[in-house]
Design a protein around this ligand. Structure first.
Ligand code: GLN
Length: 289
């Protein structure tokens, strides 16, 4: 731990923020690398006297901040951490940085299932950092969950996040492509969830640098119209879901109607498009027969 004056720190902080970036990203850097929490930060602003303890020197923190500002590196990859709902997750460039809009998937599950105490089986296809499955395994410790990812390195990160987040053992991880690892779960799922790669090819080419240059293409690109993976997931879902089992999919902001049609064509009922907090039809849900 290093000790510096709060006044010096506050001047330095102002200088860093004047270079660009947002306070939230800066707070992630200070918390994860500097060891200064959001709570400490608020306290310092109203008590600028005295000294503060910091884990790394200001030059080091500044070099990371400049990498973020000038090279567009996502702060979460630089710090190795992403905050999502109430989870603190390890992330590397092998996994997509879990997005705030995706947090709503967990609320959709709460809305459908409430706090039902029966034992249910859920599956997540393409878990990445494990965010969704871990949040569900924690919220429903009496449920069982199975989660896949095609990338062994991504899966390892999800497993680490699960171990770090709780001491439970109600979530299992499998490596493989979409439904492939779930052969033995045919007809057994109460709920299937996925936030698959859904960005259309042309849109992918235009993505901001901080996404396109750093995040895994395999987790973003959904083929020509963005729907390749969503189609595959929906077409095979009836084999794996129980009768009246639910599916919840995240899609691109403008794909809701198309995903709804795909679900209807594959015999899903109660199909609905659910808006994200910006009012886009970001999720599509349905129930198998
Ligand atoms: N929402 C992500 C983005 O816009 C895409 C995530 C995905 O393809 N599943 O970058």
């Amino acid at each position: 731990m290093l000790s510096i004056s709060v006044k010096e720190f506050l001047i330095w902080k102002k200088k860093q923020l004047s270079k660009g970036g947002d306070l939230q990203s800066f707070a992630v850097l200070l918390d994860c690398i500097g060891g200064i929490s959001g709570y400490d930060l608020n306290f310092l602003s109203i008590n600028p006297e005295g000294n503060l303890h910091i884990k790394k020197n200001l030059d080091y923190l500044e070099s990371i901040w400049e990498d973020h500002i000038f090279n567009y590196s996502p702060i979460q990859y630089l710090c190795g951490i992403a905050f999502w709902r109430d989870l603190k997750l390890k992330v590397t460039n092998k996994v997509l940085i879990p997005r705030p809009e995706t947090e709503l998937i967990v609320d959709i599950v709460f809305k459908i299932f409430g706090k039902k105490s029966e034992k249910l089986l859920f599956a997540e296809l393409g878990t990445g950092s494990g965010a969704i499955s871990i949040a569900l395994a924690l919220a429903y410790p009496w449920w069982d969950g199975i989660a896949t990812d095609i990338d062994q390195e991504a899966l390892q990160i999800a497993i680490t996040n699960y171990i770090n987040s709780c001491k439970q053992s109600n979530l299992k991880f499998y490596c493989g492509d979409w439904w492939t690892p779930f052969e033995s779960f045919k007809g057994k799922l109460d709920l299937a969830i996925s936030n698959p790669p859904y960005i259309p090819k042309d849109t992918y080419e235009q993505l901001p640098k901080q996404v396109k240059n750093f995040e895994p293409k395999i987790a973003l690109l959904g083929g020509e119209d963005g729907l390749n993976h969503i189609r595959e997931i929906i077409q095979k879902a009836p084999l794996f879901l129980k009768e009246k089992g639910w599916i919840i999919l995240e899609n691109h902001f403008d794909q809701g109607e198309k995903v709804k049609q795909l679900l209807i064509e594959n015999k899903f009922k109660s199909v609905k498009i659910v808006n994200d907090l910006s009012g886009f039809g970001r999720f599509t849900i349905g129930r198998y027969k």
